[in-house]
Write a protein that binds this ligand. Structure first.
Ligand code: HEC
Ligand code: HEC
Length: 396
């Protein structure tokens, strides 16, 4: 008896939590969104990724659905995910697992469909190999661990599951926005204008296509890597310190909170109490404790800050510390090249693909890459003397 009940409990399927903004919608929309999600993605007990096949729709009223990923693979992926990843990423992939409040950077919320360490252009989806890489090697310098030891078939399954959660999350997120615009507060709860039924499969198709498109959109360097030598590093440093990068990463490449000056200026003493004020320079250069970050965020509110200081997930953005020896997005030359060329999706780190410093000589990408490599390997960054016309007193 006992054994049976224990077995049953283990198999009790978890359910996917519902987005906060969906929970606030009138019941008709909640129902419509829940039904759509169930139709395309099944349940946590039987996860699916079913996408509309418009090509074989013919005369039918709605396009038939096809499994984009083998259901057995998704079921396996769910088991791996719930065991190894959900503690941080949450069972729905919302980035709010039990450990999340204590972590910074925050575990990725997959539901915006945005990923940082991609080989594709800014704003595009990652390729499958990008996700595999970040899971295999982790994001160094963050709490995202490396799963080197994970069996290939577990990795393959969990990547598929992450992709499913991202499709599902993005559809939910975009339907929530759509419904939010349709809600008529004057009308009765059951007399709301529903989301156009044809719109939903079209939206899912658009999301699915964006993943497909990414697969063939890897950024290939424009030029062959020149020799890694002093001359190249020096050129890279000059570009870095000239203008393009130092505004965010600071002239010494140690980065820091993008908002720090604004925060310091707009923060009244109760937001930044005296002991913090006096340590502000140091704090804003290093990752602050998540509790302090949360407190600042709550007190200041996003609207006080210029929007380029937050990332798309609503967290403060830190320009990477390139002297720390830890590059979150990988330390191979090609990884760094892609960070510069495509930027870091979802964050203020811009793409430099169209920047004149690089279009005038595409080798400049490599020179800056070489400077970044030298710096992450501990080579001290010489800070040029500032022209002495300013009176910038040290805040301390
Ligand atoms: C201890 C917490 C933790 C665990 C466990 C964890 N992650 Fe992460 N993960 C993170 C954090 C933190 C980030 C964000 C890093 C950043 O933004 O630089 C992240 C980011 C990611 C990303 C996004 C990468 C990108 O390019 O944006 C993926 C995909 C991912 N994790 C998958 C997984 C999978 C799959 C597992 C389980 C096999 C897992 N993670 C386990 C903390 C964790
Ligand atoms: C508008 C501000 C801004 C500018 C300008 C900027 N960056 Fe960044 N950069 C960031 C932020 C923010 C991140 C962190 C992204 C993240 O959350 O992972 C970043 C990340 C990076 C990374 C990835 C580090 C890692 O951990 O993998 C590299 C490399 C980098 N920047 C180099 C540069 C270089 C070189 C330039 C100039 C050509 C530059 N950045 C210009 C804001 C900026």
């Amino acid at each position: 008896m006992l054994l049976i009940s224990v077995g049953c409990r283990e198999q009790t399927p978890s359910t996917y939590s519902v987005r906060e903004d969906v929970r606030k919608l009138p019941p008709v929309y909640r129902k419509q969104i829940a039904e759509a999600l169930r139709e395309y993605f099944g349940t946590a007990a039987t996860p699916r990724l079913r996408v509309p096949d418009f090509e074989s729709q013919g005369e039918a009223e709605v396009p038939p659905l096809v499994d984009a990923i083998e259901p057995a693979l998704l079921a396996h992926g769910r088991d791996v995910f719930n065991r190894r990843c959900a503690g941080c990423h949450g069972e729905t992939g919302d980035g709010r697992g039990p450990a999340a409040p204590y972590l910074y950077p925050k575990p990725r919320d997959y539901r915006l469909g945005l990923f940082k360490f991609t080989s594709t252009h800014y704003g595009m989806k990652p390729r499958r190999t990008d996700l595999i890489r970040v899971i295999r090697f982790g994001a160094k310098g963050t709490s995202m661990p490396s799963f080197r030891w994970l069996a290939d078939e577990d990795l393959d399954a969990v990547v598929s599951y992450v992709m499913m959660l991202a499709h599902r999350g993005e559809l939910e997120y975009r339907l929530a926005r759509e419904a939010g615009e349709l809600v008529d507060p004057e009308a009765a709860a059951d007399d709301q204008e529903l989301i156009e039924p044809e719109y939903i499969p079209e939206l899912l198709d658009e999301i699915a296509q964006s993943w497909k498109e990414a697969e063939t959109s890897a950024v290939i360097p424009l030029t062959v890597e020149p020799p890694f030598d002093e001359e190249s590093i020096a050129k890279g440093q000059q570009i870095f310190q000239n203008k393009a990068c130092k505004g965010c990463h600071q002239v010494d490449a140690a980065g820091g909170l993008l908002a720090y000056e604004q925060l310091f200026q707009s923060a009244s003493p109760d937001v930044l109490p005296a002991p913090i004020r006096s340590r502000w320079n140091i704090l804003s250069r290093n990752l602050m404790s998540p509790t302090l970050m949360a407190r600042l965020q709550k007190k200041l509110g996003e609207d006080v800050l210029p929007d380029n200081v937050m990332d798309n997930w609503g967290n403060f953005a830190y320009a990477a510390n390139l002297t720390s020896g830890m590059l979150h997005g990988g330390r191979r030359p090609i990884d760094i090249y892609r960070r510069l060329y495509t930027g870091v999706t979802g964050t203020p780190m811009p793409s430099f693909a169209q920047h004149e410093l690089f279009t005038e000589d595409p080798d400049n990408f490599w020179h800056v890459v070489h400077f970044v490599i030298a710096t992450t390997h501990g080579r001290p960054v010489a800070v040029p003397e500032e022209p002495t016309d300013g009176d910038e007193a040290d805040e301390q």
